[in-house]
Design a protein around this ligand. Structure first.
Ligand SMILES: O=C(O)C1=C[C@@H](OP(=O)(O)O)[C@@H](O)[C@H](O)C1
Ligand SMILES: C=C(OP(=O)(O)O)C(=O)O
Length: 432
């Protein structure tokens, strides 16, 4: 599907979809448990991949209504899967499920789509091998397809922290059900650190004790997963909130503006988007108790932003920078190159097609807002949900129409994205 966006102003109320990160963890944690009801869950292509894996491990995920999942657990140790585990486009699924598969007393095979089969898994495979599992890439290049044979012993392991925090999450979640537990020494500083905080929060909610240590993180073995009252509720997703928020900032109707609901505080680092748009000059009112954010259109100025903790915000910030006056420098961005696409290059090149000047370095992207005039163009969504959503925002304020090619991939994290834009008053046309 291609989507053509007509320049539009936005007004009204948008509801944040549930958090993808919390939903993945809750589904898998419920799988490690005897089961649980996961309320307000995100049901997207990525979270369905984690649900499929729980099914192959001997559990079951039954979607009761739009957002309640009844999960039957596999009770600690997964069964040996009867089929290949297809993680589709989801890095989180592949990392978390690879470590879970290493607990099984037999062999699991994991694969994914072309994008996922190009992402780095080597450090996690090495860590699992150090813990007595056999874990390797079928092509010997650290990328999927992956072949994992358990069982995994506990112990001490070291791993780099600057490729993906998901390796740490994976080891902590699996480590809780090993006999000895796992203690993780970080070989480098940790990037995307708030995602490990999300993991610690979910583990705690499922009655599992894990903690930060001087060297990294540690989890005791022999623990059982069980959420209080058998239930777990997922908060709203701040990476997804960044899109209606940015839309309100760059294209908000001056009199009415945009209200976002479902924006309760949690461990998500991406709630930094509220502070980022404020620093750029937007007026934002975040009522944390009510979980609402109100925003209206404002002239923006370029700023410097580190995405060390918040890699998924880079595409949104790049679009904001294209609209802002002056330079927006996005720094500490190297790990953003290891996502569904190399998002640093993807945003530089696709915004370039819309007339935006950028300077790309290995670790940073500078958007020269004042030298740019956003022109409507045909752009490629690169089969990457965040690139598609960020380019669609740019289309709201470009001169002329913008066509985003391959726009169906928003189903990875935000299936209702284009419907939400329409409800906010955006003129758009879908071409199947
Ligand atoms: O653990 C998670 O839920 C995630 C961690 C981050 O990845 P990295 O830790 O690989 O940077 C983030 O980009 C991804 O969208 C979700
Ligand atoms: C990078 C992302 O997810 P994952 O790593 O799970 O593919 C994302 O949602 O932007």
């Amino acid at each position: 599907m291609n989507v053509t966006i007509t320049p539009s102003s936005v007004a009204g109320t948008a509801r944040a979809p549930p958090s993808k990160s919390y939903t993945h963890r809750a589904i898998l944690a419920a799988g490690y448990a005897d089961g649980a009801t996961v309320r307000d869950a995100l049901w997207s292509a990525d979270t369905q991949a984690t649900a499929r894996a729980v099914g192959l491990f001997g559990g079951d995920v039954d979607r009761r209504d739009d957002d309640t999942l009844a999960v039957t657990g596999f009770g600690g140790r997964p069964d040996v899967p009867a089929d290949v585990i297809d993680c589709a486009n989801s890095g989180t699924t592949m990392r978390l499920v690879t470590a879970a598969a290493a607990l099984a007393d037999g062999t699991s095979v994991l694969t994914g789509d072309e994008s996922l089969r190009s992402r780095p898994q080597g450090p996690l495979l090495e860590a699992l091998s150090d813990l007595e599992a056999t874990a390797y890439s079928s092509r010997g290049n650290g990328q999927a397809p992956l072949i994992v044979t358990g069982p995994l012993a506990g112990g001490e392991v070291s791993i780099p922290g600057d490729v993906s925090s998901q390796y740490i999450t994976a080891l902590l979640m699996a480590g809780a059900v090993t006999d000895e537990g796992i203690s993780i020494d970080l070989e480098t500083e940790l990037k995307s650190a708030p995602y490990v905080d999300v993991t610690l929060e979910v583990l705690d909610d499922f009655g599992v004790d894990a903690r930060e240590t001087e060297a990294g993180f540690a989890v005791e073995g022999g623990q059982s997963y069980a959420p209080a009252g058998g239930e777990y509720a997922v908060p709203g997703d701040f990476s997804s909130i960044s899109y209606p928020l940015a839309a309100g900032v760059i294209a908000g109707d001056e009199s009415e503006g945009v209200r976002i609901e479902g924006a309760h505080p949690s461990a998500q680092g991406d709630s930094a988007i509220v502070d980022i748009v404020e620093r750029m000059g937007a007026q934002v009112d975040w009522n944390r108790e009510q979980g609402t954010i109100d925003v209206s259109g404002a002239p923006l100025s370029g700023i410097e932003v580190s995405v060390e903790d918040t890699p998924d915000l880079l595409p949104t910030i790049a679009t904001l920078g294209a609209v802002a006056d002056g330079d927006t420098r996005i720094v500490d961005a190297e790990h953003v190159r290891y996502k569904e696409t190399d998002r640093v290059s993807a945003m530089a090149e696709e915004l370039g097609r819309m007339g935006v000047e950028t300077t790309e370095k290995r670790d940073s992207l500078t958007i020269h807002g004042s030298d740019s005039r956003l022109e409507g163009a045909a752009v490629s969504g690169r089969d990457d949900h965040r690139i598609i959503m960020a380019l669609s925002l740019a289309g709201l304020v470009a001169d002329g129409e913008t066509t985003v090619e391959g726009a169906d991939h928003v189903d990875v994290s935000f299936p209702g994205f284009f419907g939400m834009l329409e409800e906010l008053g955006v003129g758009l046309e879908r071409q199947e």
